[in-house]
Design a protein around this ligand. Structure first.
Ligand code: NDP
Ligand SMILES: N[C@@H](C=O)C(=O)O
Length: 264
C-alpha cells in the first residue's frame, strides 16, 4: 500500500486553508498546518487528529517575516514526507491604489507573491528529483479583472497564475503536478480582515463548495481550476488566444500601426 504524502497547508487556521486541511485529513493525509494564530491551529489540529486519526503538525509562522519564511522553507526542503504544498495564505486589499501605504503594499506583495514563490522553490528540486509531488497555488479570478479596482491584489493573483503556468512548464515533465485554483468571492474572513463588508458582496460561494470543486480539479490533475466558471470554454478561449498571440510576436519589424509616418 502506498504511503500517502503529508500535506503542508499555509493559511490553515481558517477559511479555504482550514477547509483544505479537513478534506486532506478526511482522505487520510498527515498534515502540517501553517498560520500565525497558534490557538486556532491547535484547535483545528486536535479536531482533525480526533476525527480522522491522522498526524497533524502545527507550525506557527508569519509568512511576511523573513525568519519565519526561512524556517518554513527549511521544513519543506528537508521533510521528505511532505509531498503536497498548498500555497493558500493570502490577504485582500481595500481602498484604491493611491490609498495604499508602502507598508501595506509590501505586506500584500510579500504574503501573496513572495511567500508562495519561495515555498514552491523550497520543494521544486526535491519534488523533481523524486518525480512526484504537487504544488497548489491559490490565485483568484481578480487576476482577470482590473475593473474590480483591487489593483495590487489582482496583480499578485495574476502573478500566482503565471507562476503556476510557468512551474507547470518546467516541472510537469519531471512528474510534478502544479495547480492554480482561482476562486471568485467565497465566504471567509478575508473580507472582514480587509475591512470589506461581506454583506455588500453578491453571489458569494460557500467555502466547502469551493474547496470540494477545487479538489475535483486536483484529482483530474487540471492545471488551472476555476470553480466559479461554469462556461469552461471561456478559459480555454482566453488561454488559446494568449498562445495565438505568442505565435505572432516574434517579428523583426514593428507592426504597421506603429510605423511613424511623415504626416504625424
Ligand atoms: N475568500 C475569497 O473570496 C477568495 C480568496 N482567495 C484566496 O484564497 C486564499 C485564502 O483566503 P481565505 O481563506 O478567503 O482568507 P482568510 O482570511 O479566511 O484566511 C487567510 C489565512 O491566511 C492566514 N494568514 C494571513 N496572513 C498571514 C501571514 N502574514 N502569515 C501567515 N498566514 C497568514 C490566516 O491565518 P492567521 O491570521 O492565523 O495567520 C488564515 O489562515 C488567499 O490566497 C486569497 O487571496 C481567492 C479568491 C477569492
Ligand atoms: N479575495 C477576494 C477579493 O478580495 C477575491 O479574490 O475575490
Amino acid at each position: 500500500m502506498t504511503t500517502l504524502s503529508t500535506v503542508l497547508i499555509t493559511g490553515a487556521s481558517t477559511g479555504i486553508g482550514a477547509t483544505y486541511a479537513d478534506r486532506f485529513a478526511r482522505r487520510g493525509h498527515d498534515l502540517v498546518l501553517v498560520a500565525r494564530d497558534q490557538a486556532r491551529l491547535d484547535t483545528l489540529a486536535a479536531r482533525l487528529r480526533e476525527q480522522y486519526g491522522v498526524a497533524v503538525d502545527v507550525l506557527r509562522a508569519d509568512l511576511t517575516n523573513d525568519a519565519d519564511l526561512s524556517t518554513l522553507e527549511a521544513r519543506l526542503r528537508d521533510d521528505a514526507r511532505i509531498g503536497i504544498l498548498i500555497n493558500n495564505a493570502g490577504m485582500a486589499q481595500s481602498g484604491g491604489f493611491a490609498q495604499q501605504s508602502a507598508e501595506a503594499i509590501e505586506r500584500l506583495i510579500k504574503l501573496n507573491t513572495t511567500a508562495p514563490t519561495r515555498l514552491a522553490a523550497a520543494v521544486a528540486t526535491r519534488f523533481a528529483e523524486s518525480g512526484s509531488g504537487a504544488i497548489v497555488n491559490i490565485g483568484s479570478v481578480v487576476a482577470f479583472a482590473p475593473e474590480f479596482g483591487m489593483t495590487i491584489y489582482g496583480a499578485t493573483k495574476a502573478f500566482v497564475l503565471f507562476l503556476s503556468q510557468g512551474l507547470h512548464q518546467e516541472l510537469s515533465p519531471k512528474g510534478v503536478y502544479v495547480q492554480a485554483v482561482l476562486p471568485a468571492s467565497t465566504r471567509t474572513e478575508i473580507w472582514e480582515r480587509a475591512g470589506i463588508d461581506i454583506n455588500q458582496i453578491t453571489d458569494i460561494m460557500d467555502v466547502n463548495e469551493l474547496v470540494d470543486a477545487a479538489l475535483v480539479g486536483f484529482d483530474r490533475r487540471e492545471l488551472v481550476t476555476i470553480p466559479p466558471l461554469h462556461v469552461a470554454e471561456r478559459w480555454d478561449a482566453l488561454d488559446g488566444a494568449r498562445q495565438g498571440l505568442m505565435s505572432d510576436i516574434r517579428q523583426t519589424n514593428a507592426a504597421e500601426r506603429y510605423r511613424a509616418t511623415n504626416k504625424e
